[in-house]
Design a protein around this ligand. Structure first.
Ligand code: NAD
Length: 516
């Protein structure tokens, strides 16, 4: 009901700005490339009702049946890779390389991973209790699907951070209603085409296109919300979900620090900083947003970074290999990036490369390197989410750690040093959900390892066992096979029973070093 599956045809049918439709723009060319419905609360409620009706049949397929469907979908993605990449490039303004590796590759890997691992991650777990009251009893924990999961996603990774979170929810036996960003909804409609093509039962996965209000309406009827987006919206989501006391998992913004110690491989550190500050025009939740470099190697590091950033090719993405940095997807984001750079310059920062909007009918901001920065500047404190790399000189490791932790965010972080033990020790001191030593960001691709934020970067994790258990309710079952007719803890109360338990207590814990 939400789907305008062919955006071009829809554009012709509906005409520009047709009522109740959202126009989708190519950020690199400023052309309108399609329209989608802006669903209201009643339409969203209907989608959730259909999802609820479809869920028991989907759950009954079991892990094998659902896994088969996920593998079939993976084959569909591989066969339709050109259409999927074209859609991601067109609505996101990103390079085809980013679309291929960060979106499509991730999704294909994810489909296979959850198809394989869901069963073992959600298997019943035996609990062994040391309580004397549990003698002769068997306890285990089981996981069962919550029902209908609402997945609300952002515009920077329209596959990975939208459908990507639906995959474990589906493998757990839930049905899912996806609410993609209104800025990049077209690829999710392709996903719906794919799920239909491989025979996923109607209602198991549906797409609710629309703006923020559509997302808000979804929270009013689903059983759980998986949200990826800004910290500001994350707080609203949690408040609304609290009205119904439904669980939420929030993957929010970041201001990820990189620390470069004086014994680091500077060439590798500089390449990493440039790659992960500028990739997807810096529109990555775990982009390198600030770098702290120890004094002895500061000049050399800055020289390397400036040289590398200066050689980046920016422009409207064409064929693979044509440009390194594409467009800015979300119109207001260009203003935020510009404001951060101007604020830094006003307060004394130097622009060594870039520093302004780039020419073009679309939206671009030049890859930018700033030095002379400090923590009075927005660019060091607030999420910039653009191709801007501020580099700050620090006296020593302690100062680097203190500044890295001077943030309300805590998503990813990185430290570079040839002394791996020292790197690990520094990583342990960083207030972030994730930390890399001599690496950055790539940890996201390890589906086995939990990924999540602290502070305003979120609540909950994706990936690893927790990444699928969060889509389940947990039930603890206790089974007594051979029980006496009456247990000592039962009525009637008697003095001898109280005495017995008192003695037992003293025997168990009367000495300081007891076993339990
Ligand atoms: P956003 O918060 O503006 O919007 C995200 C989604 O929420 C969109 O689909 C939007 O329509 C919807 N929405 C808006 N208001 C809503 C409301 N009141 N109720 C329900 N839904 C509502 O975020 P964005 O600008 O699309 O994405 C960029 C942000 O996402 C950045 O802060 C980035 O760091 C973050 N992000 C985080 C991760 C992560 O894994 N931690 C990954 C990607 C992006």
């Amino acid at each position: 009901m939400s789907a305008v599956v062919n955006p071009q045809a829809a554009a012709e049918q509906n005409g520009a700005g047709a009522d109740g439709k959202i126009a989708v723009e190519n950020p690199a060319t400023a052309e309108v490339i399609g329209y989608v419905d802006d669903l209201d609360g009643a339409a969203v409620a209907l989608l959730v009702e259909q999802a609820r009706a479809a869920q028991p049949g989907w759950e009954a397929l079991g892990f094998e049946g659902r896994g088969e469907a996920m593998r079939a979908l993976r084959s569909w993605f591989v066969a339709n890779r050109k259409r999927v990449i074209d859609s991601l490039v067109a609505e996101g303004g990103k390079t085809p390389e980013d679309a291929l590796l960060a979106d499509l590759w991730y999704i294909c890997d994810s489909l296979g991973f959850w198809a394989k691992k869901a069963k073992s991650y959600l298997a019943d777990e035996r609990v062994r209790s040391g309580s004397p009251f549990m003698l002769g009893k068997r306890i285990f924990v089981r996981y069962r699907p919550l029902g209908v999961v609402g997945v609300i996603g952002p515009w920077n990774y329209p596959l990975t951070n939208t459908f990507g979170d639906a995959i474990p929810a589906l493998m757990a036996g839930n049905s899912v209603v996806l609410k993609p960003s209104e800025i990049t909804p077209l690829t999710s409609l392709l996903v719906a085409e794919g799920t239909a093509a491989v025979g996923l039962p109607d209602g198991v996965l549906s797409v609710a296109t629309g703006a923020g209000e559509t997302g808000a309406a979804l929270i009013d009827s689903v059983d759980m919300v998986m949200f990826t987006g800004s910290s500001r919206t994350g707080k609203k989501i949690m408040a609304r979900a609290a009205e119904r006391l439904i669980p939420v998992s929030l993957e929010l913004g970041g201001k990820d620090p990189m620390i470069v110690l004086s014994d680091a491989d500077l060439e590798r550190a500089a390449n990493m900083a440039v790659q992960w500050a500028m990739s997807n025009s810096g529109q990555i939740c775990q982009a390198v947003e600030r770098v702290y470099v120890e004094e002895p190697v500061y000049e050399e590091f800055v020289t390397k970074v400036v040289d590398k950033v200066g050689r980046l090719r920016q422009g409207a993405p064409g064929a693979a290999g044509a440009v390194d940095v594409g467009a800015m997807t979300f119109p207001p984001q260009v203003e935020i990036v510009e404001r951060h750079v101007l604020d830094a310059v006003d307060k004394g920062a130097q622009v060594l490369v870039g520093g302004k909007r780039a020419e073009g009918p679309g939206r671009f901001f030049e890859p930018t390197v700033l030095t002379g920065v400090d923590h009075t500047m927005d660019v060091m404190r607030d999420e910039t989410f653009g191709p801007v790399l501020p580099i700050m000189k620090v006296r020593d490791t302690d100062e680097a750690v203190r500044l890295a932790n001077d943030s309300r965010y805590g998503l990813n972080s990185a430290v570079f040093t040839r002394d791996v033990a020292k790197g690990e020790a520094v990583a342990r001191r960083l207030d972030a959900g994730n930390a890399c030593v001599n690496d950055a960001l790539i940890n996201y691709l390890a589906h086995e390892a939990p990924f999540g934020g602290t502070g305003e970067s979120g609540i909950g994790v994706r990936h690893g066992p927790q990444g699928i258990r969060k889509y389940c309710s947990q039930q603890t079952i206790l089974v007594t096979r051979f029980g006496p007719k009456r247990e000592p803890t039962m009525f009637p109360n008697r003095a001898w029973k109280a005495k017995l338990f008192e003695r037992l207590m003293v025997a168990l814990w009367g000495r300081r070093r007891s076993r339990r």
